[in-house]
Ligand binder design. Structure first.
Ligand code: HEM
Length: 265
């Protein structure tokens, strides 16, 4: 029977020699850098996470990759910004339909330190995210990135688009002023006109047949727990597929095109 040949175990790297007495002292920056590297090494030795990070970040990208390829990362940045500002808003917001919600938003805007700024970032950031996600979708569509083998990533993207719209819809009610209240009633009624599932969907959103006190809590739970959780998982799957399959080359690039000087470098 042939002998099974196992690869040789890795040779451990030599440890740095201890400092000699009288050797020049490290600057605080050097000490901090060394402490940072030791901490990262400590975690890596126990988890081997650096391999996963290298796999994700150090990938070959096709020739002709341009600024349009940053739209996906920009959308992700907008999502993260919404998550961070949303956490701070949740520290003060009260989903109380009997005036508490409106009052808590007034308090955030007028009394809380930087409250109006963080609220503004969250409010305008939602529009920014919607614009970016459509631009990113347009880029992947016009570059033909939805084709084999990336169909599943397109489908995940469609789910992310629907969830982003659902975030905008559920978030709109939260200030609970006249505009958000009536606009949401219209939106829920539109949902109710959908075929088959429509009436069930509008009952689910209203938390019953009437727009009542629990409607606001339901919208809040969907907005800050349910949808962001699903979106985070889907973004993880989306990025995994991007790293696994790589990105598509621009459609106008032909294999015979000469390589530019800066691409050679
Ligand atoms: C929260 C929303 C989304 C995030 C954070 C996100 C993030 C990303 C990132 C970072 C990339 C890498 C390449 C690039 O940036 O262009 C990518 C690629 C891709 N995305 Fe998205 N995306 C989102 C939504 C969507 C939507 C709505 C679609 C389409 C319906 C979509 C379809 C795709 C496809 C097909 C690729 C592969 C592109 C290629 O191979 O060139 N994504 N996405």
């Amino acid at each position: 029977m042939p002998k099974l040949k196992l690869p040789a175990p890795p040779i451990p790297l030599p440890k740095p020699l201890p400092k000699r007495p009288g050797a020049p002292r490290q600057t605080p920056v050097e000490t901090a850098t060394e402490a940072g590297i030791s901490a990262v090494d400590w975690v890596d030795e126990r988890t081997s996470l650096s391999g996963a990070a290298r796999w994700m970040m150090f990938r070959k990208v096709p020739r002709g990759t341009n600024w349009f390829y940053t739209l996906g990362s920009s959308t992700m940045f907008a999502f993260l910004s919404q998550a961070v500002t949303g956490v701070f808003l949740a520290m003060y917001y009260r989903p109380d339909a009997a005036g508490g919600a409106y009052e808590s938003i007034r308090y955030i805007n007028n009394e809380v330190f930087l409250g109006e700024f963080v609220h503004g970032m969250h409010k305008w950031g939602s529009s920014v995210m919607v614009i970016l996600i459509f631009l990113h979708m347009a880029r992947t569509f016009f570059f033909g990135a939805y084709k084999y083998p990336r169909e599943l990533n397109w489908v995940i993207g469609v789910a992310l688009l629907i969830l982003t719209m659902a975030m905008s819809f559920t978030g709109y009610l939260l200030p609970f002023d006249q505009r958000s209240y009536w606009a949401t009633i219209v939106g829920v009624n539109i949902n109710g006109t959908g075929p088959l599932v429509g009436p069930y969907l509008s009952d689910f959103l209203r938390a019953g047949p009437e727009f009542g006190a629990t409607t606001l809590s339901r919208f809040y739970a969907i907005h800050m727990l349910l949808i962001p959780g699903i979106m985070a998982a889907l973004i993880g799957a989306h990025l995994y597929l991007v790293a696994k399959l790589g990105t598509t080359a621009p459609p106008w690039l032909k294999p015979s095109d000469p390589v530019k000087k800066e691409e050679k470098a």
